[in-house]
Design a protein around this ligand. Structure first.
Ligand SMILES: Nc1ncnc2c1ncn2[C@@H]1O[C@H](COP(=O)(O)OP(=O)(O)O)[C@@H](O)[C@H]1O
Ligand SMILES: [Mg+2]
Length: 357
């Protein structure tokens, strides 16, 4: 059994890389891979249910399915027309049992298909809601211990994908886990890499980018593939003459900010903080001039009124939890930054629009 922790910021490409590795393992060594998305999941029960459900979905239309079907008992549900969609819906008690016997259950699955496959590759993607639960940390630890003492030879590869800070949380809960994981950290792309991406992407559409425009697009991409795509896409549609100038790039960045903000900030941030005071602080944080990405707690505090100052500490904590800001260790204590350069742009657009209204 091997354990990998794939860690990196949101939108850096964890899911994409995991997907790629899974395809590679299937092609190169015929490993059966299942990619389980766990966004919003917070209990081992639901995790285990989803693992087996994904296993069903993955094998349903293949020869593998016949060999493992009876392991699922009567709890396979056909949903949707033409049997194109399946669900695994065991009763609560059975599921509880499965959580405790997870390694044995996995082993039994493998035993059935070992002539056709060289191993199992399970991707536990987006474990952010689980990594801070002691229940999950302990469950994982006992899984590893069980395999180590009973099934040393089980060809099982588990890959967890999550945010870097979740890795820390998990290791605080269960310190021995970090010795178990091979940690793979995906770093942000360098400016050169981002520029290369834009050059090639626009080049393939027979479009050219003026250096000033390139500089803007690179800066605001913040080394994150998601932002690269949003900015590139928006700019592509805004341009009319096949030459990307600074003006096109600026418009593209605003349009991308709108998209990104609606996707990632609106649902979380604006709904989570109904408080007008929080909104006012946000407004002050992004300022009225060019929004800065970094700020110091003390500097911002100076601009706040007494009421705002009282809630500022909680505000910062909440914003960190929501993934909007992070501490900036390089700049020392009390230094913070937005996790990317697009967020402050969007917040500024929003607070301005509200101001006008
Ligand atoms: N190496 C890469 N180069 C260009 N785009 C990428 C790369 N890796 C991922 N992407 C794109 O970036 C976006 C975010 O990737 P994703 O895998 O969902 O990130 P994460 O799982 O870390 O949040 C997706 O649209 C994906 O297609
Ligand atoms: Mg992902």
């Amino acid at each position: 059994m091997e354990n990998v922790f794939l860690s990196g910021d949101r939108g850096i490409g964890k899911s994409s890389l995991a997907h790629f590795v899974r395809q590679l393992c299937l092609k190169e060594s015929n490993m059966l891979g299942i990619h389980v998305f766990l966004g919003g999941v917070s209990t081992p029960e639901e995790l285990v249910r989803r693992v087996f459900e994904q296993l069903l979905k993955e094998t349903y239309t293949q020869v593998w399915f016949k060999k493992i079907r009876d392991l699922f008992g009567n709890f396979i549900k056909n949903v949707g027309l033409f049997g194109v969609s399946v669900e695994f819906a065991p009763p609560k008690e059975q599921l509880k049992g499965l959580v405790h016997q997870f390694p044995t259950a996995i082993k039994n699955v493998f035993e059935r298909i070992k002539d056709e496959t060289s191993g199992l590759f399970i991707i536990l993607d987006d474990i952010n809601g689980l990594a801070d639960k002691a229940e999950f940390a302990n469950w994982y630890k006992s899984l590893v211990d069980h395999v180590a003492t009973h099934d040393r030879e089980l060809p099982l590869l588990l890959m967890l994908c999550g945010l870097p800070e979740r890795r820390d949380t998990l290791s605080n809960l269960q310190p021995s886990l970090m010795r178990i994981f091979r940690v793979v950290e995906i770093e942000r792309l360098s400016d050169d890499e981002v520029a290369k991406f834009f050059k090639e992407a626009f080049g393939s559409a027979k479009m050219k980018i003026i250096p000033d425009a390139m500089k803007l697009m690179v800066q605001f991409s913040s080394g994150l593939p998601t932002l690269m795509h949003e900015i590139g896409d928006a700019t592509y549609w805004i341009d009319t003459d096949g030459l990307i100038e600074a003006g096109d790039a600026a418009k593209g960045i605003f349009a991308a900010a709108e998209n990104v903000g609606q996707k990632y900030l609106d649902p979380k941030v604006y709904r989570a903080i109904r408080s007008e005071r929080y909104r006012d602080i946000l407004g002050k944080l992004v300022g009225t001039e060019a929004p800065t990405q970094t700020f110091s707690k003390r500097e911002v505090e100076k601009t706040l009124n007494q009421e705002e100052r009282k809630v500022f500490h909680n505000f910062l904590r909440r914003m960190r939890e929501l993934g909007v800001i992070e501490t900036d260790p390089e700049r020392g204590k009390g230094a913070y930054r937005f996790v990317n350069r697009i967020f402050p742009i969007y917040i500024r657009m929003q607070t301005r629009a509200t101001g006008k209204r």
